[in-house]
Design a protein around this ligand. Structure first.
Ligand SMILES: [Zn+2]
Length: 76
């Protein structure tokens, strides 16, 4: 299927309403969200974001807390 947001990716739906910088930020976050990360208890890559900061594994049903947009946050 032809996508009209092929070049800019998911934030293309905002068109020119957001500045380029903001759309870049949206893209990095949404790309991370789409990428499934491995479960902490069973190791399978079936972790999905249930709500803000709540992540659930579709395979074993484990629920755990994490970042708002990523299952785990890096702390410096
Ligand atoms: Zn699991």
């Amino acid at each position: 299927m032809y996508s009209h947001t092929k070049k800019v990716g998911s934030p293309g739906r905002y068109g020119a309403r957001l500045s380029r910088k903001i759309r870049e930020n949206v893209k990095t976050i949404e790309d991370q969200k789409r990428k499934q990360s491995s479960c902490q208890s069973c190791g399978k890559k079936t972790v999905k974001r249930k709500a803000c900061g709540i992540w659930t594994c579709k395979s074993c049903g484990a629920e755990y807390t994490g970042g708002a947009h990523t299952p785990s946050t890096k702390t410096k």
